[in-house]
Design a binder for this molecule. Structure first.
Ligand code: NAD
Ligand code: ZN
Ligand code: ZN
Length: 380
């Protein structure tokens, strides 16, 4: 047991007090883990666009003060009652969606949508007692997607924690805790392109580029990258993207441009933007008869998907996925091994790195479209 087990820990956390306002590094109190919870010391975390949407809270339900962050790597500091599968010192990746191991979803080979621990972006407390483990001067601070990794210590349900090879460098594999597994799995596990096929990827951030990487690994011949930010196109070549479309360069809808380029449509498409318009285009650009489109981007809470039903009758399929259909505890350790065996490169996704005290810079890089992933180092 560590010397801090069972005690409240005071540590630094980046608190979002208000929507869209810079995070403030504060000293907060982190309560000990309760039954089926673990307290983690976070060493590295990264910024994903999902954090930014809920921090901006323009198209999402606002909940403040809140500690964001869900892509991270750390070490178990202490465990709560009933936790047998983890112990202090284990190297782990927390994941925003969990795996209880008991429910119908966890027992199904097809689903990673655990009944107990599936992603819930509007919940700001722990499921155990409906309370937060974070506070400042007695004021509770809300959690985000059960992970809240923008803190030196955080408390997470044991079902949302994957134990990984302790030899894996946490400053690299932390990005598997959301973005990279999400994109890779969206292609490999859900879209499943065939060798020699064509795949369109909408949005060339970390999620889209890892979806492109998945298409390359699957043996797709044409990988068409679609983005509004032309600076993404040069970078995307490193991820197997071999054709580019900027919707702004065309007068007609991008789905028509892609249909013309591909003799009727692509075999598969993966949407990684969060834009409802891009989601509709991603669906309408797949070939009739066999095309499959996969939605990954997080929509605004009031968005509605509108397309003509004939697009379905003409035998197009629309799917969606969280975390690329990977079960976090069962599947993530083997994705880490792919990196260790050099089957998967992570370095090329990491374009920036900042100390924790400069976490707001990571937001600037993402909002300006400059970074793929920015690693935030908790130890300065
Ligand atoms: P990012 O900001 O790094 O990349 C998004 C890219 O999409 C940017 O390059 C942007 O220019 C481009 N884009 C935006 N609107 C577009 C449009 N209409 N057409 C074409 N390109 C457009 O973000 P990210 O971290 O890679 O995340 C991508 C999306 O995936 C976000 O919506 C995020 O919330 C979501 N996400 C979903 C899951 C999941 O499990 N389903 C997990 C992680 C992230
Ligand atoms: Zn994410
Ligand atoms: Zn479950």
């Amino acid at each position: 047991m560590s010397s801090t087990a069972g005690q409240v820990i005071k540590c630094r956390a980046a608190v979002a007090w208000e929507a869209g306002k810079p995070l403030v590094i504060e000293e907060v109190e982190v309560a000990p883990p309760q039954a089926h919870e673990v307290r983690l010391k976070i060493l590295f975390t990264a910024l994903c666009h999902t954090d930014v949407y809920f921090w901006e809270a323009k198209g999402q339900t606002p909940l403040f003060p809140r500690i964001f962050g869900h892509e991270a790597g750390g070490i178990v500091e202490s465990v709560g009652e009933g936790v047998t599968e983890l112990q202090p010192g284990d190297h782990v990746l927390p994941v925003f969606t969990g795996e209880c191991g008991e429910c119908r979803h966890c027992k199904s080979e097809e689903s990673n949508m655990c009944d107990l621990l599936r992603i819930n972006t509007d919940r700001g407390h722990m499921i155990n007692d409906g309370k937060t483990r974070f506070s400042k001067n007695g004021q509770p601070i809300y959690h985000f997607v059960g992970t809240s990794t923008f803190s030196e210590y955080t408390v997470v349900h044991v079902g949302c924690v994957a134990k990984i090879n302790p030899a894996a460098p946490l400053d690299k594999v932390c990005i598997l805790s959301c973005g990279i597994c999400t994109g890779l799995g969206a292609t490999l596990n859900v879209a499943k392109p065939k060798i020699g096929s064509s795949v369109a990827i909408f949005g060339l951030g970390a999620v889209g580029l890892s979806a492109a990487e998945g298409a390359r690994i699957a043996g797709a011949a044409r990988i068409i990258g679609v983005d509004l930010n032309p600076s993404r196109f040069e970078e995307a070549k490193k991820f197997g993207v071999n054709e580019f479309v900027n919707p702004k360069d065309h007068d007609k809808p991008v789905q028509e441009v892609i249909a013309e380029m591909t003799d009727g449509g692509v075999d598969r498409s993966v949407e990684c933007t969060g834009s409802i318009q891009a989601m509709i285009s991603a669906f309408e650009c797949v070939h009739d008869g066999w095309g499959v489109a996969v939605l990954v981007g997080v929509p605004n809470k009031d968005d509605a998907f509108k397309t003509h039903p004939m697009n379905f009758l003409n035998e197009r399929t629309l799917k969606g996925t969280f975390y690329g259909n990977y079960k976090p505890r069962t599947d993530l350790p083997s994705v880490v091994e792919k990196y260790m065996n050099k089957e998967l490169e992570l370095e090329k996704f990491i374009t920036h790195s900042v100390p924790f005290s400069e976490i707001n810079k990571a937001f600037d890089y993402m909002l300006k479209g400059q970074s793929i992933r920015c690693i935030i180092r908790m130890e300065e």
